[in-house]
Write a protein that binds this ligand. Structure first.
Ligand SMILES: *Cc1c(COP(=O)(O)O)cnc(C)c1O
Length: 360
């Protein structure tokens, strides 16, 4: 067996310890004589798995009692519709456009009401986070929406926008559990887990209870109402059972690593290794303004498409894989999520140094 350093943006690297544990339990989960994959979601054993996953997540993020934790399906993209369907009481919402995912969410919301773009960084190919301290937030906006970490462009909100009292909704798919978070600043925090937490197929929604009502847009399907899932504690229908089980293991792994403070420290250390090199390199350069840099997704270029392609190919041959940038931006992108060991980042920088010398 040989494992690579996987820099994929998602689905992405998971802690090896978690994968080994899952392998050990594959045929017989804790004496049940079956795999978690084969188990009824109504069984006592499974109930313990999902309840414990929620408990550990609540502990990690310090989630107050007046917030529900929902384990749903449909990916982050389904939330682009579910959010307006459930929250647009006035049929008005404000969106901050910092990349492709925010833009998709904004477009989707336009199906259901008036979705205003109140700020954007598209003028400079989304290479920065706009100043959000005094935006023209609409008086009747039901919420203000952000994509907190922009997976494709490699930017992250370092301070949350001033929503002028409006509910903040955040897509945290690619920065989930990467650092401590003050849940009380948000109405909804959600993310697909396949970037930083688990296998594709689960989306976690953390939502303040007063936002969960029957008063949703007419025609909203039962499965797309937060209330349906909140009332049934994420077991209205069959949940993505195996995926939730793996998420639970990752929560335990993060707890063991020291929680979100420790994750932040570790992530800052890893990102610094890469950014410091990019800042000193004669060949490679980062594409993002310094004060907007993400700890999770690091895009960089040589400025020469052929050389970029050569780099991606040669890196893969050395066990440093999935470094190709998103198809819409080109160049390279190293995603260095929680589970990427520091050795992986060090190996990448060593390889970049060697490549730079050989291609000077
Ligand atoms: C990957 C990603 C999405 C889309 O996730 P799906 O689960 O594929 O729908 C949305 N937002 C962000 C920030 C992402 O990184």
């Amino acid at each position: 067996m040989s494992r690579v350093y996987n820099f994929s943006a998602g689905p992405a690297v998971l802690p090896e310890e978690v994968l080994k544990e899952a392998a050990d339990e594959m045929l017989d989960y804790q004496g049940s004589g079956m795999s978690v994959m084969e188990m009824s979601h109504r069984s006592k054993t499974y109930d313990n798995i999902i309840k414990e996953a929620e408990k550990d997540l609540r502990e990690l993020m310090n989630i107050p009692d007046n917030y529900k934790v929902l384990f749903l399906q449909g990916g982050a993209s389904q939330q682009f519709a579910m959010i307006p369907m459930n929250l647009m009481k006035n049929k008005v919402a404000d969106y901050i456009i910092t990349g492709q995912w925010a833009k998709k969410a904004w477009k989707e919301a336009q199906i259901y009401g008036k979705a205003n773009a109140i700020a954007s960084s598209e003028d400079k190919t989304f290479s920065y986070i706009p100043d959000c301290s005094d935006l023209p937030v609409s008086d009747d906006a039901d919420y203000v929406y952000i994509c907190e970490n922009n997976t494709i462009y490699g930017t992250k909100f370092k301070t949350l926008p001033n929503t002028k009292g409006k509910t903040l909704v955040a897509d945290v798919s690619s920065c989930f559990l990467s650092e401590p978070v003050d849940v009380t600043k948000y109405g909804v925090i959600y993310g697909g887990v396949q970037k930083n937490i688990g296998p594709a197929g689960v989306v976690i929604v953390i939502i303040r209870e007063d936002l969960i009502t029957e008063d949703v847009l007419p025609g909203t399907p039962t499965m797309l109402k937060y209330k349906t899932h909140a009332d049934a504690e994420s077991l209205y229908n069959t949940p993505p059972a195996y995926g939730i089980y793996i998420c639970g293991k990752v929560f335990k792994w993060i707890k063991k690593m020291g929680g979100l403070e420790a994750m932040k420290e570790r992530n800052e250390k890893k990102a610094k290794i890469l950014y410091d090199f990019l800042d000193s390199s004669k060949l490679f350069k980062g594409t993002v303004e310094k004060d907007s840099r993400s700890l999770m997704n690091v895009p960089f270029v040589t400025g020469n498409d052929e050389l970029d392609a050569k780099f991606v190919k040669e890196a893969a041959a050395c066990g440093l894989v999935s470094l190709k940038g998103h198809r819409t931006v080109g160049g390279m992108r190293a995603s260095i999520y929680n589970a990427m060991p520091i050795e992986g980042v060090e190996a990448l920088v060593e390889f970049m140094k060697k490549f730079e010398e050989e291609n000077a």
